[in-house]
Design a protein around this ligand. Structure first.
Ligand SMILES: [Zn+2]
Length: 92
């Protein structure tokens, strides 16, 4: 996965580190409202991680927003989310 800095397509101000194939990237500030909604259901605990992680990583933001919108995730998405969080924790 090639990661590069792209400008947020909504505010056109902040840069986001994202997959270069990803077209419509949003920065943390633009997703903040949606991200702050309460997570319910069985994955509540998984999303209970440091806000810093969501600030740093667009993938984590996207997964959380998907779950908030649709109320479910595939096993693959859950696995990937956990893996990324683990990697970020190890880096600290
Ligand atoms: Zn933005």
């Amino acid at each position: 996965m090639v990661r590069c800095k792209q400008r947020c397509w909504r505010c056109k101000k902040n840069y986001v580190l994202a997959d270069s194939r990803q077209r419509f990237v949003l920065c943390y500030d633009c997703q903040k409202n949606e991200l702050s909604k309460e997570v319910k259901g069985k994955l509540k605990k998984m999303f209970d991680i440091s806000e810093e992680f969501y600030k740093e990583n667009i993938f984590l933001r996207d997964i959380k927003i998907k779950y908030l919108r649709f109320g479910e995730l595939s096993d693959k998405q859950i696995e990937a989310f956990k893996r990324v969080v683990k990697e970020m924790k190890e880096k600290k």
